[in-house]
Design a protein. Structure first.
Length: 157
């Protein structure tokens, strides 16, 4: 699996889980405040998709956008679904929606952690690029080896 395929898989899986979780929010009548709604639409839903789009032309930047938005989504979900004792906490959702809400909240945690990791992995340059020798192979060209080239004259004076 390539970096792009892994990134696409995690972003599209996240989108699918998010849609089902949003349905559980609506069914359980758990509204978000305006700031929370903005965060969900901009960072959690649009962010990974924008990053995936960027990945086609600017792979490192696109992957970093996915990693950043997924990590933001992870923190948001952990805090609101599992830590803060509020209406968005999995234990306080209406009983008939609690299972779907809780399962999708847990799946989002796993998917967002994976999305963060895959985004970071996809953003990292290949090993040959990390050393600053972009495109370097085991073969050394005469210009880089220090050997004289036909146009180079030795100056001994």
């Amino acid at each position: 699996m390539t970096k792009g395929q892994a990134l696409a898989a995690v972003v599209l899986t996240h989108l699918a889980i998010s849609v089902v979780h949003g349905q559980a929010h609506a069914g359980a009548q758990v509204p978000l405040p305006f700031a929370g709604t903005l965060f969900v639409y901009i960072i959690i839903l649009a962010g990974p998709l924008i990053g995936l789009g960027f990945f086609r032309w600017r792979p490192r930047e696109g992957a970093w956008i996915v990693a950043a938005s997924m990590s933001g989504a992870l923190v948001f979900g952990l805090i609101n679904h599992f830590i803060i004792d509020g209406p968005d906490h999995v234990a306080h959702v209406a009983a008939e929606w609690r299972t779907l809400f809780g399962v999708t909240a847990a799946l989002l945690v796993v998917c967002e952690a994976a999305g963060t990791a895959v985004g970071i992995w996809a953003a990292r340059p290949a090993p040959s690029q990390r050393s600053g020798l972009r495109g370097f192979t085991s073969e050394v060209s005469p210009q880089r080896s220090g050997a004289p080239t036909p146009n180079r004259q030795d100056r001994t004076s």
